[in-house]
Design a protein around this ligand. Sequence first.
Ligand code: ZN
Length: 701
Amino acid sequence: MKAPLSAFLFAIVTTACGGNQNEPAAPTHSPSPTGTTNGDAPEGGEHPKPSIDETALDLNLSPCNDFYQYACGQWKASHPLPDDEAAYYRTFSGIRDRNEVLLRNLLENFSKGENTAEPYATELGALYQACTDEPAIEQKGLADIEPFLKRADALKSKQDIASLLADLTAAGVSVPFAFSSSQDLKDTTRVVAQIDQGGLGLPDREYYLSDNAKHKEIRDKYQGHMVRMFELGGSKGSSKKLAADAYAVEVELARASMSKEELREPEKLYHPHTKATLSTLAPDLEWEPYLSAIKASDSKAYNVAQPDFLKAAAKLSSPKNLDRYKSYLRWHILQNFAMHLPKRFVDEAFSMRQALTGAARLPDRWKRCVRATNEAIGEALGQAFVHATLGDEGKAIVKELILNIERAMNVRLTQIPWMDDATRAAALTKLGAISNKVAYPDRWRNYAGLRIDRANHTANMMAANRFEFARQIAKIGKPVDRTEWLMTPPTVNAYYEPLLNEMVFPAGILQPPFFDKASSTNANYGAIGMVMGHELTHAFDDEGRKFDAQGNLREWWSATVNKEFETRADCVKSQYEAFEPLPGLHINGKLTMGENIADLGGLKLAHAALATRLRDAHPTIAKGERRTYTNEQEFFLSFAQGWCSNEREAYLRLQVATNPHSPAKFRVNGPVANLASFARAFGCKEGDAMRRGEKQQCEVW
Ligand SMILES: [Zn+2]
């Protein structure tokens, strides 16, 4: 939903909010989870069957030539992209599909008035029911957003503007900047108001500004899309002018925006203000009425992440620009709710998604409604999901696994030659202070007071936005809630949050093929173990390392060790910049640096933890066991198969332009080519593509 995820949330994959068409996802025929034949395998016990998907392999290739293709070739060939997907992952999308079918059943039952003992069953059922009732949505038309459109048209004074911006922001239309709350970056014990850049309709400033032909193509399509959307919104004769005006405002916002590479430098995002200095910084906005309307007028501090942006954004509403500004607001009201309006709006909004991602058709209505419900009241839906799917027995194995990965990091930090004693001690303290959340929250979010109308989908989504915004603002000045989760339990993802110094693994990702308690230790370490290592490494990647054990942004590295780190990080940057997902399209080494470091570190940590685990366990070959692969081979294959995927060309371009994660193929081949253990496991020789020369190898952690 609009709930701004923390700017510093480092996930294993990027999932788009809302309609999720940008999300890696997928397929109708996900391969059956491996290793399900022996549910009685003892905890961590070796399983008598290799837990990799042999039907996915392309055995015509050498693993030393292109390991990703070797591990995934057959899967890729036999899983053409579903029409409604821009990218489809064997793991992420396959699990998501399974979860969505389950959630659909739950929601359909709730909407029929069944299972009412589940918390929020009535609200969930009503929300889903309203979303699937397309005739009712058609009949309502624009009624729920009409008041906003009228107010935008009638703007006269600075007071009007402040009041409309406040009400729009609260309803989920965060323009031209985003307002929320956040822990103070340098004193994470307190929660303050937070203002971030935003207000663009395209995914990134570069789409407005760069000379890149593909970006130009997208912005042309976008402007056509704006015209059509204004027409649908009732501005027939003037739609071209409105679109041109709104677009001109966005170009100015794009110019004033920080680049996505700069946004990865947290020290540039810390500019605490008071109410008084806000008015000095951006005098064109009437702050007092704005802040009191959103109930944020008594924050001790307002962190303005991008002061230059805020200054420029406020200026855009000056009286001489007022007509343009009205068009801009009208545009964002339409764009923001389009997916929840009548079909003509949904189709038009999808046409833009299509241009950006390449997906051929909209996901079915039920899928969109499951996603909308998850977006709106995800922790209510999450409770029902957990009750339906999860026992506690897997949780202990998962916790043990995390512990073993952390132990491997402890060994690394203790041994690493380029750290001095002081920095090493601080790093170990940070490692020791990391907390972990597994499967689902201990304390569920309270939705009391949220009104859901069985007959009004648009109003429901708006109400959910308002509820979430009020929840965010109410945190200001209160003690930090360390029990909060930023992803819902069915989410197939994981994250590290540096301000809380914690790792979080929702139930969604603790499922086959990522994790299966009946699967082999090798396979679990390669798949979910690597995900855990990845999240842990984020605490020490080029961005995460700037936060200390308490989550405070603080310089705790000595100058020498700093330099040593940067040299190693630059090695990773150069390696990935050389990768070309499409001819002429190179990976952005700076944007993806943190994720690449985390992939490399995550794989190494999981491998080290497995080595220790196997040594401790003295694995023996079980009677009758068919061993095609060694422990190490199985580990690496299980890892690689976590990333088997197919993507559309448009999606790849979007991913490279905006996503901090490298495309799947390079998340596999990038790390393995740096590991001597991989070369050893598959007998790769010098000169093979998957074995870099010793001098060419990168190692950060
Ligand atoms: Zn990550």
